[in-house]
Structures are given as C-alpha cells and as structure tokens.
Design a binder for this molecule. Structure first.
Ligand code: ASP
Length: 588
C-alpha cells in the first residue's frame, strides 16, 4: 500500500497513529540534526521530520532528496511545537521511521508556489508542473464542480445529455471551420463543430424535448486576447418553449450554480434589458451593471452654441463620473489621449467639472455658466462629479462611450470581481449588413427566428426593412462579459429557406450545405429554442478571474499553439500522400 492518508488529511486527533504518506517534496529545511520536509499532494501539505539522532541512515536518504522528488514516508503523527496556522495540517508533523524514494525529479524550471517565478512561456511548456501549483489546482477543481453541478441541476429538471459528433460537415457561417481530411473519401473533408447547433435542433425534431451537453467546440478565429480555438460550452435546447421559458429555466440553473459552487443565494429575478437600451445607456450589448454611470444623449442640450464639434456631430453623449471632479488637468489630458487610441476611436474629449468653486469645462469659450449648469443638472451631476462627453457618428461614438464608461469603472474600482451582476439582454437585430461583401450576415446564426411581429419585414424586398428585423435572441451577461447566448429557432422549412435566401445563398447552395435541416423541418419539427454558455469563461468569472486559460487544463497560447506538444506540426510526406494532400507552402 502506497499510503494510508493523503497529505491534506491528518489533524491533531491523529496524534500517535502510524501513517504512511506519499507525495512530492515541496521544500526541505535543515536545522541542527533534523530535516523538515514539506510533502505535497493534491490535498495539501504535511510536514515530515527526519531526526538524525534517531536514524542516521534515514537522514542520509533525506540528504539526497531534491524538490519534486516523489517519496513515500512512514512514521508517527505528533503534535508540532511550532504550529503553522496557515495550513489545515499545521498542528501536526510526522516523525519518520522509514522513507522510500519512488522517483527522482530534475530541478523544476520554476517554483511551485502560488506566485511562481516562471514566465508564461516556460510554464506553458511545462504545463504538467505548472498544474501542481495551487491556483491552477483550485481553478480545475472549481471547473469540475461547475460541471458536476450543471449536470446535477439539468438532470433534475429532465434534461438528458446527448453526445453529438465531432467530425461533421463544413458550413462556414460565423467563424472559420477547422477541417479534417478524410482518407477514405479522397479529396473530401470533415469539419469540427463550431457548436452542435444543428444536431441539437435535430434532437428536438426527434422528440428529445430537453437536451444538454457539456461539449467541446472549435473555431478557427484569429485569436483575440483570451480566446481559445477549442473551448467548451454548456449547450442546451428545449422544445415547446418561448423566450420566457428559456430565460426562467436557465436562470434557475445559474442560480443553482451560484448557490452550490459559490455559496451565494440569489433570490431576485435577474434584470432584463433590450438590446436597444443596452446600447443606448451602456454603449455595449453586454453592459456591466455592477455600476451605474449611464450614458446620456445630450445633443439637444449642447447644440446651437456655435461649438462646431457638437453642432456637426450626429450624436453627443456624456457620462457623469461620481466624485471625479478632483481629477487634475494632467489626468484629464491623459484620459483624452486614452480615448483617442484606435481601440477607443474617439476624436477628442470634452469635460465639465462640477467643483466646490463652480462649474468648469474644457469648452468654457462656447458655454455660459448657465448653459453648463443646465447640462450638469440634466445629467444629475452633483458637486464633486465630473462629466465626460464624446461626440461624433452615432455607432462609433456609442461604442467609444461604452469603452470609456468601463475604463472609468475600472479606474474608480467599481468593477469588483467578488460582486456579481447578472443580466439578460434580448431582442438583438437579426441581421447585419456588410458593406464590403454587400450581403447580410446573421448576427447570431442562421437558425435564429425573426420576432413574429417582424415576419412581414423579413419577407420584404427592401433592404432597410430586412435590416430592421429583430431576432428572438437573448444573451446572458455577467459583469460585462457575455457568458451565454441563444434564441428561439426557426422551425418552419419555408422560413429557414427564406433565411438562407436573405443571407445570399442560392437555393442550390442552401440545399447543399443545409439541406438536411431544411428537410428535417418537413417532418414535424416542434417549436424550439435554446442557449449555450461559454463554460470556460463562466468558470473563470466564478473564480474571480478574467482569463480563461487557467481554467483549461491544457490551453493553447495566443498564437493558437500548444507549446508543450509543439502543435500544430508538420506531418510526414507519406501521411500527406495517404490523405491526398499537397502543401502549397514554399519551403524556405
Ligand atoms: N450555438 C449557439 C452558439 O454557439 C448557441 C445557441 O444558439 O444555442 O453561439
């Protein structure tokens, strides 16, 4: 038997027991004729004591140990004279009588501490060592718990987990597909699923009523920060439901996760907001409502005073930053530079400071103190507040305003990671017109239903009518991050065909790519809808972190590479031949 207990298990009431532990050497300290070894496993750390005066031989074994050696040690549990209150086993130590080296270890390339001294690249290369560190272990334990609680909850309300295939058909719509050549079907390719969207809908046609799957999805996107080419979704679908049914069902699931994983009881209904309001008041389709600082449109208040920037702008809006009137000129200049960065995209910034000694602005030339007083009063600013104003074309400026609002929330410490603000956003536009390719794209995906009241517009031949169609779609947003998205689906084959037509597919193209689902809808498709949650990000947010990488055991880096495996990699000529592949890449 390798061990009688784990390294996280022994307490003072075990004193006097003979035990055997196995684990990794975290640290060795020598004092006088004694060696103190911190032995670590997944469950904790226990102190071992080797006393030279008891056994010289044992001490010689201890002498040879290095960090991360794997050992087995037997001894008696004793009360420690100097206790360590920081760890649960800190009241005891094991007085070792036998020790066995199970495996030696090279010196690890970085320290296995909560704060490691290793850089990102080296830790990624030795991921299996990095995973020994507590923060990563905790992250994976949290992920495990999230998965278990999700399954438990959905099972308890009648959902069944069904696995769907990973080798499917390429239907690029949204992101690019990862493709897999088929040896048995020369010249043909499978694609990896961007999501099991069509399969879950087919399961509804098949009558399965309530489906879910914790499932890997693949998207070949240019990696933006904190995206992974493969990621996990909690994917769900239900039959005979309307939007409210879906929101209520999954609000239940989210609340169960909060309660059972974080011990947080959430009793109130989650707030709900239309897409239009989200954009209007927060400049974002995923508002962070942990703080107010709502955007106010103020063109009507500031126009007509010969300030050309405002007069010529399509849109002028401001936020009232509470308590920020004390910002110095230097700080304001810095924020002005910040909003001009291409990522924010504003042309400039106007400020109004509501200070004890009066209202001061960067546009005093154009506005009388009375004008300014009116603006600040309408915006609800009090003494001590600062108003920041941007102007320009509506869409861009609204986005910039949203970005600035988040930035000010960060600067003022209003975005605390232990504060959770859930939100449902609904009624997104169905389609987006792309000038470059001169066609519509589905905002969500081509299976999302238009809102019934917009059906007439959906069949219109007028582009503007079509652009105005709202989707029966919704997102779940947590702390300004989109965690889930879904919709009520089209279940009528004629409407689905119309959707492909609107998206610019010929009838033949639509049949070639999506014939299977258009056909399935002819065999008694029930009304249905669903949602999918980004599981990795959900876990990260529950862990109070912004990055998902720590919540994935073996993630890829920003260039989509697994630096541990050194993948992707070239394959042999013979493998290429077998797959009927030829590379067009010039050998350098
Ligand atoms: N399949 C969709 C997605 O991956 C989610 C859904 O509509 O249920 O975004």
């Amino acid at each position: 038997m390798y061990r009688t207990h784990t390294c996280g298990e022994l307490r003072i009431n075990n004193a006097g027991e003979q035990v055997t532990l196995a684990g990794w050497v975290q640290r060795i300290r020598k004092m006088g004729g004694m060696s103190f070894i911190d032995l670590r496993d997944r469950y904790g750390i226990t102190q071992l004591v080797v006393d030279d005066s008891v056994s010289h031989e044992l001490n010689q074994v201890a002498e040879k140990l290095g960090r991360e050696y794997v050992i087995q040690a037997t001894g008696v549990v004793a009360e420690r004279s100097s206790k360590n209150s920081k760890i649960p086993t800190g009241d005891v130590e094991i007085k070792i009588s036998a020790m066995n080296v199970l495996n030696a270890s090279l010196t690890p390339p970085f320290t296995i501490e909560d704060e490691s001294d290793g850089g990102e690249e080296i830790r990624a290369k030795y991921r299996y060592i990095d995973l020994r560190r507590n923060p990563l272990k905790k992250a994976l334990e949290l992920r495990h718990k999230m998965g278990q609680e999700t399954r438990k909850y959905l099972d308890s309300i009648g959902f069944i987990e069904v696995e769907t295939p990973v080798l499917i058909k390429s239907t690029p719509e949204g992101a690019r597909d990862f493709v897999v050549p088929s040896r048995m079907n020369p010249g043909e390719f499978y694609a990896l699923p961007q999501s099991p969207q069509t399969f879950k809908q087919l399961l509804m046609v098949a009558g399965y009523d309530r489906y879910f799957q914790i499932v890997r999805c693949f998207r070949d996107e240019d990696l933006r920060a904190d995206r992974q080419p493969e990621f996990t979704q909690i994917d769900c679908e239900m039959s005979f439901v309307e939007r409210e049914d879906i929101l209520n069902t999954f609000e239940g699931m989210i609340k169960a996760l909060f309660k059972n994983v974080l011990g947080r009881e959430m009793t109130e209904q989650f707030p709900r907001m239309s897409y239009a309001d989200a954009m209007k008041y927060y400049g974002s389709d995923k508002p962070d409502i942990r703080f107010g600082m709502k955007i106010a449109e103020i063109k009507h208040l500031v126009g007509g005073k010969d300030f050309a920037v405002f007069d010529s702008a399509e849109y002028v809006a401001g936020i009232c930053v509470e308590g920020a009137a004390s910002y110095t000129r230097k700080q304001l200049d810095e924020i002005t530079e910040w909003v001009k960065r291409p990522q924010v995209g504003a042309k400039g910034l106007v400020y109004i400071r509501v200070a004890e000694d009066g209202i001061k602005s960067s546009v005093d030339k154009f506005y009388t103190p009375e004008d300014l007083a009116k603006i600040t009063a309408e915006m609800g600013a009090k003494v001590g507040d600062l108003i920041l104003i941007l102007a320009g074309d509506k869409k861009k400026t609204q986005d910039a305003m949203g970005t600035l609002r988040i930035e000010m929330g960060n600067r003022l410490g209003l975005r605390r990671s232990d504060h959770y603000a859930p939100l449902w956003v609904y009624d997104f536009p169905l389609l987006e017109w792309d000038e470059e390719t001169q066609r519509f794209y589905a905002m969500h995906h081509p299976f999302t239903s238009p809102k019934p009241e917009d059906m007439e517009k959906f069949y219109s031949s007028n582009r503007e009518d079509i652009a105005a169609v709202a989707a029966n779609a919704y997102d779940f947003v947590l702390n300004g991050t989109e965690i889930g998205g879904g919709s009520i689906r089209i279940h009528d084959s004629a409407v689905q065909k119309r959707m492909f037509e609107v998206l610019g597919f010929t009838s033949e193209e639509a049949d070639y790519k999506f014939g299977f689902i258009i056909n399935a809808f002819k065999f008694g498709a029930p009304p249905h809808g669903g949602i999918a949650f980004g599981f990795d990000r959900f876990c990260a947010l529950f862990g109070g972190q912004e990055t998902i990488r720590d919540y994935i055991a073996f993630p890829k880096n920003n260039a989509g590479r697994d630096v541990m495996l050194d993948a992707p990699s070239h394959i042999d000529e013979s493998q290429m031949d077998e797959l009927f592949l030829k590379s067009t890449l010039k050998k350098s």
